[in-house]
Write a protein that binds this ligand. Structure first.
Ligand code: APR
Ligand code: PHB
Length: 392
């Protein structure tokens, strides 16, 4: 089997890249370890920057997004028992975000790809990469009972943080930057109308909490919890009582409870490798970098990488230019590091770190929060980072 670009991983990065390449008339094969139902059912983040929404429309996969996506012009920061609105739209001169689940994006990308008759192989196993520093790289894998080999011009490593592509690069060729945080998020989906139509990021003495949503009848809620907590330690009653304690205001409507339809614990990690390329292998999305979810940047970064990589491959195939491919890593890393900083900053401002410092850090966090909601300059900074900086 031969193709122009072998894409490893059918998450947002791999699938969106397959579509960008298809639009440019470039052939690709997507190889995915899991089955289709698993990939489509995996609940992840849900905040899309305008640039992400724009790309999905350009790819012709934005029809359901247009109907079901919830456009938000503001969000709330809550602390010391009060809720303060950050008016992103007004502060940035017209930017907004759209709330639409990552797995809905994945479903839309898969459905359209299959309608086009373009290949995605699900449930491939034992993927290995060969000849990355030559001009005819190969991907070997198992599909069903068959051992297969795919030759190609380029490999796109879109297989997430735990994938095989990044570890296929000789260790000495990469610089790794990483930071681990001393807590995790417990996330739930609940059949309950969100009490607030806009997201609420709450800093509370019991820990961080976030109210988000997926639709007018489904809430997405998160709680900061200890790193080593197991989901079995959290009964429904305990989850709801903790969410109420951290998110309800004395003088407002409480959160609406409802049946919990999905739950999980997510660890926090800031991670970047440089460069995002080795020979004919280009890394995109979580394979190259991860951010803690507090800034809502993970999927947006994955899509931004793919836009750059798609344009660079199109320049190679259609104009014989290799300068954009050569610049791929450096171009992406400017945006990646801005998002790394913003995600670290939001995480640092909004979580309890449990430090034995007599409350020093807590006072700094409160001061930063008061400044952020009280100063137009500080509020503008958070709003433009949150909605997505166009020029990084
Ligand atoms: N072979 C084939 N596929 C693999 C392999 C492998 N060895 N390892 C992992 N995969 C697949 C995973 O099953 C998954 O479907 O690669 C895909 C990677 O997708 P994501 O983890 O969603 O990563 P990405 O497309 O970069 O999207 C980033 O996802 O993790 C969130 O917060 C992150 O929102 C961000 C987004
Ligand atoms: C979500 O809706 O899942 C979500 C929203 C904002 C975040 C993280 C996750 O910062």
């Amino acid at each position: 089997m031969h193709t122009q670009v072998a894409i490893i991983g059918a998450g947002p990065a791999g699938l969106a890249l397959a579509h960008v390449l298809h639009q440019h008339g470039i052939a690709s094969v997507v190889l995915e370890h899991r089955d289709r139902a698993y990939v489509e059912g995996r609940v992840r983040a849900g905040v899309l920057e305008q640039g992400t929404v724009d790309l999905l429309h350009e790819l012709g996969v934005g029809e359901r997004l247009r109907r079901e996506g919830l456009v938000h012009h503001g969000f709330y920061l809550q602390f010391e028992g009060e809720r303060h609105r950050i008016d992103m739209h007004e502060l940035t001169g017209g930017s907004a975000i759209t709330v639409y689940g990552q797995q809905e994006v994945v479903k839309d990308l898969i459905a359209t790809r299959l309608e086009q008759g373009e290949p995605i192989l699900f449930e491939v196993a034992d993927v290995t990469l060969h000849g990355l520093d030559g001009d005819r790289p190969r991907v070997r894998f198992r599909h069903g009972d068959e051992a297969r080999e795919l030759t190609c011009d380029y490999i796109a490593g879109c297989d997430g943080f735990h994938g095989v592509c990044r570890p296929s690069i000789p260790a000495g060729a990469l610089t790794v930057y990483q930071k681990i945080y001393p807590f995790a998020w417990l996330g739930i989906l609940a059949q309950a109308a969100p009490a607030s139509a806009e997201l609420i990021y709450a800093y509370h003495e019991r820990g961080f909490a976030l109210q988000s949503m997926r639709s007018p009848t489904v809430s997405r809620l998160y709680l900061q919890c200890p790193l080593d907590d197991q989901i079995a330690q959290w009964s429904d009653d305990r989850i709801w009582s903790e969410l109420h304690a951290r998110l309800d205001l004395a003088d407002g409507p409480p959160l609406n409870d409802g049946p919990i339809i999905e739950r999980g614990i997510t660890a926090f990690r800031s991670f970047v490798v440089e460069p995002m390329q080795y020979g004919r292998l280009f890394l995109a999305g979580d394979a190259a970098h991860t951010v803690p979810p507090t800034g809502a940047k993970g999927m947006n970064l994955a899509i931004a990488d793919v836009r750059v990589l798609g344009a660079a491959l199109a320049a190679h195939y259609h104009a014989g230019r290799n300068d954009l491919l050569a610049a791929y890593s450096a171009t992406c890393l400017r945006r990646v590091w801005r998002a790394e900083h913003f995600s670290w900053y939001m995480t640092s401002m909004l979580h309890r770190f449990g430090e034995d410092d007599g409350g020093f850090q807590h006072q700094l966090q409160l001061s930063q929060l008061r400044y952020t909601v009280g100063s137009r300059a500080a509020a503008t900074s958070i709003a433009e980072n949150y909605t997505g900086i166009v020029r990084v």
